[in-house]
Every structure is written in C-alpha cells, then in structure tokens.
Write a protein that binds this ligand. Sequence first.
Ligand SMILES: [Ca+2]
Length: 317
Amino acid sequence: MLIYLGNDFSWPSPVQIFIGVSMTRLPRIKYFVGLGCLSFLFIGCAEEPVATTTPPTAFQSQRPAPLVGGNQGEWKLVWADEFDGTSIDTDKWAFETGQHGWGNNEWQNYTDGENASVSDGTLKIVAKKVGPGQKAGDYTSSRLNSKQSFTYGKIEINAKMPDHKGKGLWPAIWMLGDSIRGGKWPDCGEIDILEYVSFQEDTIHCAIHTKANNHKDKTQVDFHQKFEGAEEDFNVYGLIWTEDQLVFYTGDPTKVKMTFDRPKDFTPENWPFDKPEFLLLNMAVGGGWGGKEGVEDEKIFPATMEIDYVRVFQKSK
Ligand SMILES: [Ca+2]
C-alpha cells in the first residue's frame, strides 16, 4: 500500500485519535501543495511493478482447516485472529479513520467500525458508495491496524479479494514500521504482503518500501503475477521475515513470489526491517494507483474483502 505522507507529516497523537480530531484538520495544506508535482512520480511508478524474482505460479488453494494447536513445526503461533466471533476484537485491532486521501488522493473515508464486521468465521471489510460519487468523501471503507507489533516471524493471512465487478478498488494486507508514528515514511519500512487493484483482474502484487527503495525514486522492489482465483477463493498470502531476508509467498512457503535479501552493506536506509512493524488491513477506493483507470461507481459497490484469519508465528528463542 503506497502511503507517501510527506516529510512533514505527523502521525496523529493518541490524544487526537481519542478525541476524534480528523486527520483532515491537521495542518496538511502545505503537504498537498508541495507534493502535487510528486504525484506524477507517485502514479507513474506505482502502476508498473517490476518482476524481480521467480516466475509466477498460478494455482488455487482451498480454505485450510484450522491448525491443531496452532504451531507449524519450529514456528510457534504467537498471535492470531481467526475471526470466529461476532464482532471485531478491539483488543487486537484499532480502526484508523479519516478522509484526507492518505497520500494517494484516495476517495474513501475510513470510518470507525461501520465498514467492518465479523461473521461466519471471517472479517469483512466493506467499501460503500455513500454520495453522488466520483469524488473524495463519497465512499466509506475501513482500515484496521493491529495493536501489537512484531519483529521477524512468519505471517499468514487467508483472504479473498472482492468479487470482480469493475475498476476502482484497492485492498491491501501490509505492514508498517512503528516509527511511522512520529517518524517518516518510507524510512520506517513498509512491507506489502498483498496488494490488489481491481482494474487488473486475477493479478496480485507484493512490495517493499524503504528510504533506499521506493517508488518516488523508481527504486522500489516489487513483484506481480497473474493469479487466477484471487477474487473467487480464499488464498494464503504469506511472509517469512528473518534477520536477513523477506520472503513473500502465496499458498505455502514453497511457492515463493519474491525474496528481498538484506543488503550486504545494510543501513537503516536500505534495511529498516530489524524493528517492530504492525499489520494493516484496508480497502481504498480510487487513488493514484487503485483509481488509475477510474472508479466504476455503478458496478463495484458494495465491495467486500474477506479475511478468514491472520496468524503470526515466531521461532522459539
Ligand atoms: Ca476464520
């Protein structure tokens, strides 16, 4: 998920969030003006991911049975949400709200829970059209951040993208370094386990963003592949994050999509991935990438991304 927020962006304080101060009320004017020209770079590089590793392997997977005991060999389950209840577990997730475009000229307003629910074993993130359309604020959606952060581990999310009905949706499953709060993007490090844009049917993306590798400078590291069934079936989107590499896979760890090795001469600029990151689940409407070919108002809403589970494993120390 591309979230360039500008160098002078300040994450809202817990107090601001608590009292409901809108992100749009923050002093962001100079950011929008100052970065207007950068949007060209932003859009241009986001739209053409570059394959960086193994050839694509198209396959479909079934929704797996629940793990007995939760562990996978040496990987011990340390955090999970199976979404088996009847509501969002707010001990695990926080809604991030706002309608300021999220650095991408996105059109949705992220609400405080109205666009997400748990039922029948899955989390549903639902994007809706609530106004005339074709402009910011005429849509609502949801963005959930995990309250817990992780450093290293194996992370698996079993998810189904929205039914393919048309263009304009941009769901994502991703991670951001905790230092985004009060710090800078992309210095904090971003790990995009899955991105999907609905103008590209049957196609999935993964990526990393760091100060040294980002789309602003056309130095990003990303990968995309044709993937039949992304919209019809639940599929596991996985990441194995160790001290010296990030491995992205779909289905199981033998089906690697992309590997990003820690640079030999690693620095905080090219390898910020040695600090805690939190998980994000969201669905944007429009935006520099998701809306590149328009938002087909009359076709795509309501749109639902479903998530069967999120599981985080770590090795015993
Ligand atoms: Ca489930």
